[in-house]
Write a protein that binds this ligand. Structure first.
Ligand code: PLP
Length: 379
């Protein structure tokens, strides 16, 4: 059955596209002229919506985008995004033609992929620019630095493929004190030297942490993700200050109180009765649970905002519901707004606040909330 309904949920993620554009301009302003800033829009734009986020960044001047998988690149191109779209995580061989039809830029790390791109380019009587990924300390994707020379020769020997860039990734650039960024950067510089100077190759390794903390590693392009969505990778609010301005979180997550009740002292709350009231307690029942990306590990730990005040989660977070303590908040009734992420009145709950309580990082939290709820775009 194919039923399409367009009804609203209680739970909504608001995405402020002006904040996204502001963050792109702010980061661009600290990058020297001539160095590009690629906007990472993988993870459905870190939960903010890949296409809408890319459009907001494009309006702010962005011309280069990054996604994880080929299908995301195709979706982005079909949505009308112009400029370069980098596909970071390879491709399924029988999908290779889409690189050509959607004009995507492959990041390559295997001889098989390079050979297949070369064959396909020849069949189509065209050529394609590839960026070669080197593993400089992340131990994730990428060829070993010692193999760069061989891969460069392979690419040069094959018709239809052209080495346009060298790519790597930092494992710890969110930490200003870590020496690993310097070590990885030296490895990358040396690997890039193996390419030789005949053609101009675009070198890029700097993620948000490096753009903010290690600008000397920018090379020809920065690749920012989390900072564009308003959060510093370190989770330290002080690191959200960039020059004279601040990164602006773009996501807000709200729900509506569905029931208010008062329970007596000694009442167990939610599955397993992991919380038992010590006094008469006023509860608000919220229609939010782990199905909505709100982590169950916030049971007895999370906080929400109601009438501009903090209300603590009591007992376990269920699949679709949780209970919060509103004993100290007057006049709460069904239908009132509750804010799980973002501001209400003078109070703010950030993705880093929630993530630290949940034992995770803002990145994961934004993906979980953003990709499991209805999104509403505001300017
Ligand atoms: C996600 C990602 C980035 C962006 O990282 P942030 O820490 O969000 O800035 C850059 N490069 C690669 C390869 C990535 O996977």
């Amino acid at each position: 059955m194919n039923v399409s309904v367009d009804l609203q949920s209680y739970n909504r993620v608001f995405v402020d596209t002006t904040a996204l554009a502001h963050n792109f301009r702010l980061l661009s302003s600290i990058i020297p002229d001539g160095i590009k800033l690629l906007a990472m829009v993988k993870g459905d734009g870190y939960g903010h919506g890949m296409i809408e986020s890319a459009k907001a960044f494009a309006q702010a001047g962005c011309t280069t985008f990054g996604v994880a998988e080929l299908r995301e690149g195709v979706l982005l191109r079909n949505a009308g995004i112009e400029g370069a779209i980098f596909v970071m995580v390879g491709f399924i061989p029988d999908q290779v033609s889409h690189y050509f039809t959607s004009r995507l830029t492959p990041v390559v790390f295997s001889a098989e992929a390079i050979e297949l791109l070369s064959q396909t380019a020849q069949q189509r009587n065209t050529s394609i620019d590839v960026h070669l990924k080197v593993d400089c300390g992340m131990s994730r994707l990428g060829i070993q630095p010692k193999d760069v020379g061989g891969f460069v020769r392979l690419i040069e020997s094959l018709p239809g493929v052209h080495l346009a860039g060298m790519v790597s990734h930092f494992p710890a650039s969110d930490d200003v004190k870590s020496g690993s960024t310097g070590t990885s950067y030296n490895t990358f510089k040396n690997a890039c030297q193996a390419v030789g100077g005949q053609v101009h190759v675009v070198n890029h390794i700097a993620n948000s942490g490096a753009v903010l903390n290690f600008p000397e590693t920018l090379c020809d392009m920065g690749r920012a993700g989390i900072a564009l969505y308003g959060y510093p990778p370190s989770a330290d609010p002080a690191d959200a200050v960039v020059g004279d301005e601040c990164l602006r979180p773009a996501m807000r997550f709200t729900t509506i109180v569905v029931m208010v009740k008062t329970v007596a002292a000694g009442t167990g709350i939610s599955y397993g009765h992991t919380f038992v009231t010590e006094r008469e307690t006023k509860l608000a029942v919220l229609p939010v649970g782990y199905e909505d990306g709100y982590p169950r590990c916030l049971s007895n730990l999370g906080e929400v905002l109601i009438k501009g005040k903090r209300a603590r989660i009591l007992g376990r977070v269920c699949m679709n519901l949780c209970m919060v303590d509103i004993s100290e908040i007057d006049d709460v009734k069904a239908g009132d707004e509750a804010v799980l992420l973002g501001s209400q009145g003078q109070e703010t709950i950030t993705a880093d606040d929630i993530a630290s309580r949940a034992g995770t990082i803002s990145y994961e939290l934004l993906c979980m909330l953003g990709n499991n709820n209805q999104r509403v775009y505001t300017e």
